[in-house]
Design a protein. Structure first.
Length: 88
């Protein structure tokens, strides 16, 4: 299951987009659909010295990471910063 959200619009907890995402993630039957993936333009983690990108990433992480952890999202795919990162 792939959920796509806009990093350019409000994702604060309780926002329209965050409510939609939570409803979408909560409706997935993990027995039928074992993989959950989030697609978003801006990354939640930025290590390069782009101060404005780090500010946005900090905000996205604070807004989204609790939700992604709660629903055990397996991967997040993003763009904007054209470099490859991976984590465990």
């Amino acid at each position: 299951h792939v959920a796509v959200v806009s990093s350019e619009h409000d994702l604060e907890p309780g926002s329209r987009q965050a409510r939609w995402l939570e409803g979408d993630l909560s409706s997935v039957d993990r027995c039928d659909t074992p993989w959950l993936v989030l697609a978003i333009h801006r990354p939640l983690y930025v290590v390069l010295p782009h101060k404005s990108n780090r500010y946005v990433a900090d905000h996205l992480r604070a807004s989204l990471e609790p939700l992604l952890r709660a629903y055990r999202v397996d991967a997040a795919v993003s763009g904007h910063v054209h470099v490859y990162y991976r984590t465990c």
